[in-house]
Design a protein around this ligand. Structure first.
Ligand code: 13P
Length: 252
């Protein structure tokens, strides 16, 4: 566990304008030395990936994207952005399979895996999102659903990837699972990865996401098997996001 460097990532979703990118510079100044001990990532909307990567090229904040095309090669795919283009623009990571894409855009496990594989091939680190809905939790299907998503959505070739456990019902609201529930699902994810990748599964960082804020982040970070967080709303303002980062035990 000690070998995995924590990762705290901000997913801006479809929020922010060019003027808001200044928040990333403020964040860089606020977090100070914590950036050496924790990987800090901001994933702005695609339109701003290149400019934010350029603005932060010599700072501690990494820039990532929120989605990529499953197509590895350049192709006639109007509206899509390839992983190679994102890497070229300065991105280091890309989120794939976020529940908003799985639900609104009907993305399947298979498509998510193709995107993760395209990302790896382009030299990006994919952050593969998994998580159950409220109905699935109520029906006692968490292990089935999350296990299936992990088995079918992570890349099959070797290379570093990250898994983010984001219970769909915890996103965008005020409730989170209990710490015991988070620990249980993170253990299940690592066990599933071990079934696929053996001992290498110990190198994979598993993040928690869903209503992480400056108040609850500290205790979530103490949960066994939690290697960081994927943060939505609270990553938009440097003041909130830096409070989350500085609440990580590795920050001090
Ligand atoms: P919130 O932190 O706003 O609940 O969003 C979580 C999320 O979906 C991050 O990807």
């Amino acid at each position: 566990m000690g070998a995995r460097k924590p990762l705290i990532a901000g997913n801006w979703k479809m929020f922010g304008r060019a003027a808001d990118l200044a928040e990333i510079g403020v964040l860089a100044e606020t977090i100070g030395a914590a950036a050496g001990r924790i990987d800090i990532l901001i994933c702005p909307p695609a339109a701003y990936v290149q400019s934010s990567a350029w603005q932060n090229r010599s700072g501690p904040i990494l820039i990532g994207a929120q989605d990529c095309s499953p197509n590895g090669a350049d192709a006639a795919r109007t509206g899509e952005v390839s992983a190679a283009m994102l890497a070229d623009a300065g991105a280091k990571y890309v989120i794939v399979g976020h529940s908003e894409r799985r639900q609104i855009h009907k993305e399947t496990d298979d498509l998510v895996r193709q995107k993760a594989e395209a990302a790896l091939s382009a030299g990006l680190i994919p952050i593969v999102c998994v998580g159950e809905t409220q109905d699935e939790r109520t029906a006692g299907k968490v292990a089935d659903v999350v296990g299936r998503q992990v088995r079918s959505s992570v890349p099959s070739q070797s290379g570093a990837f990250v898994v983010a456990y984001e219970p769909v019902w915890a996103i965008g609201g005020n409730s989170t699972p209990t710490l015991a529930e988070i620990a249980e699902v993170h253990a299940l994810i690592r066990e599933t990865l071990a079934g696929q990748f053996g001992g290498q599964a110990n190198d994979t960082r598993i993040l928690y996401g869903g209503s992480v804020n400056p108040k609850n982040a500290g205790e979530i970070f103490t949960v066994a098997g939690v290697d960081g967080a994927l943060v939505g709303r609270a990553s938009l303002k440097a003041a909130d996001f830096s409070a989350i980062i500085l609440g990580h035990p590795a920050a001090v």
